[in-house]
Design a protein around this ligand. Sequence first.
Ligand SMILES: [Cu+2]
Length: 154
Amino acid sequence: MTAYRLIAPLACTLAVWNSLPALAQTTVKDAWVRGTVAEQKATGAFFSITSPQGGKLVSAASPVAGVVQIHEMKMEGSTMRMGAVAGLDLPAGKAVELKPGGYHVMLMDLKAPMATGQTVELTLVVEGKDGKKETLLVKAPVRALGAAAVEHKH
Ligand SMILES: [Cu+2]
């Protein structure tokens, strides 16, 4: 413990804290969107998201899709099914991966096919433990994936 910390006036300390932007913001990396073929109306967006203070991913939007939902995939018997969830918990400081076969952001009612090389804008809303909402703008490149297209059984 250092002496100057004890002496520093509290009011001054508070003023400094208030003038700073949110100290630790949620970060998103490795975002990508699975490419689609003509007539395909839905695809997934994937990324790694870390909330330093912890929170919840509560919604997502994108100009390329009419409907955007947060989905989870799980096995029901021998069938992989997916469905919308109200939110995705983000434990403090822990990267949460959205990836094929797991959680993903579902882009539905696509306005056009997603071509490789294109960039898709995603707007993510994260609600902190304090109830404050943080909006993140993410640019996700479209990647063709060799794997067979996921069957969409909602
Ligand atoms: Cu889905």
